[in-house]
Design a protein around this ligand. Structure first.
Ligand code: GLA
Length: 730
């Protein structure tokens, strides 16, 4: 009774504040173009009544019907903001708990909400919910990034019941989206073939995207998707939501077309094998679900996420990145000091900023000479590197480049001193035989001692080598036989592993805020905005075949910006070095080749390309991306990056099919330029000895012309990749 009185008072306070109809409260979470509107019914049930374009007049939200569709919602909570299980709910819940007294039901009533400006252009709305029968509360957080049109939402759960409450499902987000039809693009893959899109119409019932792999969680399916409303969205047209869960472990995203043919979306940690025992007065905070809504196609949705990521998420997202020469494919495990110091000079000759020493530099009792041994023993291998890392840092610096290393600190080889000393730090089941992924096992990061060990490894190396310029952080195994020998709650392992990883990263970032860190996971097995809070860049795939990469990079680009996408030129694939270089330029460029094997022209081309890249990289990294021609449905691919000031653009086009006379048959219409400005087009990355037909006649085009009529980059079998630099000028 007391609770209901309080509820009434708080509702009426909010009603006064929001000027809505008596008995109803509208909570509008708005960005520049988007609104998510919550309505609290007279009974205190919070529901979603709008998700889409923002209405010009906020008062109009009060006019929105409770449900736009004909038909009966028997429960009146199909569109709950956080659907509780066990009561009158008939559909997928966002929350399922067993209370201290064993009651398996919950009810969540609105208590109040508050809105704060937490940073320039960032508004946080918190909605407080409570179970009327239990001292059990849920807070829903919605952080609205105004300019970027991105909403980040998460929830927290707390109670003061007499004993532990068992959380069986605890979603981050529960959205409700009414439309006539829904088209989901999700992505699947495996090692070296990451991010293959599949678009499907959603039919009545449930479609689930998830992973149960624990670590390297995105190996088969990343937590990112595109959802088109009413009809499949195109690049420049259509309504689309781009969503992704910021979590580096097991996730579950559910799409449920409900009996009214509205779409219910529930995203969060995967409840699989993850019951969470919540003690009284402790708070469980879920990871964040991020989404952006666009009514101007997928292109706009991507640009929103890119801007948001650069400005608000990725460390130094608007800063610099280092070009590098990696030795993995050049040497694999077979190197010594002499070989490496020669490679430093090669790197300098090529013109990169840094040399990255990959796997194989560590372990002595069980030397890391192949991928069966040594993980966990992070001491320099005395045979390969008798003078240690410090010597290499100095040698690289005196050759004029920085030095970085590969680490895989979450892992352990069965043959390692670490495993011998600390078998209880390893994730495994005592009565099952060990089963390996890439011949290795995963350390139990839910154990604080393991967290200290991992932090200590990285901090130790950085303390000893303060000018070490880069770390490639790998994670090559999934979790088999999931069990922690030390965790009092074995079902917390999957969750506390990721929390443990984030704790380590948090501590490392506090001490080393500007260190460039590459997020790698046997290729692209871990690419999400949870980890990208700490990492400056990610490795999309071990597959660096130029042609394959066009597709892989295209598909990552729906969600992640070029500045964070590491692309290396290697010996994979049959394409020319020009083709592979042009492809790698569409992101953060690096090399993994034997420089001394390049012929004169190849070397001259590469040196020139690096100089061009240094001149134009800011346009690629910080510009707006326009995907002009899709390789999925065409024989060419074409991608444009336009600077925010619209004074510069970089345009990349490729031949991806090999049918007779395929190529860019007609002009391609550009996007994102200023129609009022004039532009010149110059072909760059022209291979020594060849001529560019484009550079023969230097013409001036208006932005209007280039966007209305277009321009033909002249891609064909003889010109399989073309890079054009577009500059404002008369
Ligand atoms: C993973 C990475 C590679 C390389 C190897 C080293 O496969 O994706 O780039 O670092 O590990 O073992």
């Amino acid at each position: 009774m007391k609770f209901f009185l309080l509820l009434l008072i708080s509702i009426s306070l909010n009603v006064i504040a929001n000027g809505a109809a008596p008995g109803d409260t509208q909570i509008a979470i708005e960005t520049q173009h988007t609104a998510l509107v919550i309505r609290v019914s007279k009974d205190g049930d919070p529901t979603i009544i709008h998700l889409g374009k923002r209405l010009q007049n906020g008062a109009d939200y009060a006019l929105l019907p409770d449900n736009e569709k004909h038909g009966e919602d028997y429960t009146k909570i199909y569109n709950s903001v956080y659907t509780p299980a066990g009561g009158r709910n008939l559909l997928e819940p966002a929350l399922q708990v067993s209370h201290a007294d064993g009651n398996p039901s919950s009810d969540l009533k609105y208590v109040r909400h508050e809105t704060q400006n937490v940073a320039d252009g960032v508004v946080l709305t918190t909605v407080f919910l409570k179970d009327p029968q239990y001292p059990f509360e849920v807070k829903l957080y919605y952080k609205a990034y105004q300019k970027e049109d991105v909403i980040e939402q998460w929830s927290s759960i707390r109670h003061t019941e007499k004993k532990t409450v068992r959380l069986q499902k605890y979603a981050s987000a529960n959205l409700y989206i009414p439309a006539q039809h829904y088209y989901l693009t999700h992505f699947h893959g495996d090692w070296a073939r990451e991010m293959n899109p599949e678009e499907i119409p959603l039919t009545a019932g449930l479609k689930v995207l998830d992973t149960k792999l624990g670590t390297r969680a995105d190996l088969f399916q990343p937590p990112s998707f595109l959802l088109s409303l009413n009809k499949p969205a195109e690049e420049e047209t259509g309504e689309v939501i781009a969503g992704t869960l910021a979590w580096s472990g097991n996730y579950q995203i559910q799409f449920e077309v409900d009996p009214l043919r509205n779409l219910r979306l529930i995203a969060g940690i995967n409840p699989y094998a993850s019951e969470y025992m919540l003690a009284p007065d402790k708070e469980f905070v879920t990871p964040a679900f991020l989404f952006t809504y666009s009514n101007a196609g997928k292109g706009q949705a991507s640009r929103n996420l890119h801007r948001w990521a650069r400005k608000h998420r990725i460390p130094q997202g608007e800063g610099n990145r280092l070009t590098l020469l990696n030795n993995w494919e050049a040497t694999y495990f077979d190197f010594n000091e002499e070989k490496l110091t020669a490679l430093f000079k090669d790197g300098k000759k090529l013109g990169v900023d840094l040399f990255l020493l990959d796997d194989g530099w560590f372990a002595n009792k069980y030397p890391r000479n192949d991928d069966h041994t040594g993980l966990g023993d992070w001491q320099e291998n005395k045979q390969k590197l008798p003078h240690g890392l410090g010597y290499l840092v100095k040698e690289a610096e005196s050759a004029g480049i920085k030095f970085g290393i590969w680490l895989e600190p979450e892992m352990v080889s069965p043959k390692s001193e670490l495993y011998e000393k600390h078998p209880d730090w390893v994730i495994k089941l005592p009565n099952r035989s060990e089963y390996y992924f890439r011949n290795q096992l995963v350390l139990d990061l839910s154990n604080p001692k393991v967290q200290d060990f991992v932090y200590g490894v990285v901090d130790g190396i950085l303390t000893k080598n303060p000018t070490l310029g880069y770390i490639k952080w790998d994670c090559n195994a999934v979790i088999y036989n999931a069990f922690s020998a030390t965790n009092p709650n074995p079902s917390h392992l999957f969750i506390e592993y990721v929390q443990g990883l984030y704790k380590v990263m948090e501590k490392l970032r506090a001490k080393y805020p500007t260190l460039p860190l590459m997020l790698c996971s046997g290729g692209g097995g871990r690419v999400d905005y949870g980890a990208l809070k700490y990492f400056t860049e990610f490795w999309p795939s071990d597959n660096t075949d130029g042609l394959e990469r066009i597709f892989i990079q295209w598909n990552y680009s729906y969600f992640f910006p070029a500045i964070a996408t590491c692309n290396h030129i290697t010996d994979w694939g049959k394409q020319s070095i020009k083709f592979r270089t042009d492809v790698a330029m569409m992101g953060k460029m690096g090399y993994d080749i034997v420089v001394s094997k390049l012929d004169e022209k190849e070397l001259a081309f590469s040196q020139q390309a690096l100089q061009t890249y240094n001149r134009v990289k800011d346009v690629i990294w910080k510009g707006d991306l326009f995907r002009l021609v899709s390789p999925q449905t065409n024989d060419i691919a074409s991608v444009l990056y336009v600077s925010e000031k619209q004074d510069k653009a970089m345009w990349f086009s490729y031949l991806v099919g090999n049918r007779y006379r395929e190529g860019s048959q007609a002009p391609i219409k550009l996007r994102g330029l200023n129609p009022e400005k004039n532009y010149k087009i110059l072909e760059v990355n022209v291979y020594p000895g060849s001529n560019s037909p484009i550079n023969r006649n230097q013409m001036v085009y208006s932005g209007d012309y280039l966007m209305t009529v277009g321009f033909n980059p002249s891609v064909d079998a003889r010109r399989q990749s073309v890079v054009l630099e577009i500059t404002e000028g008369n």
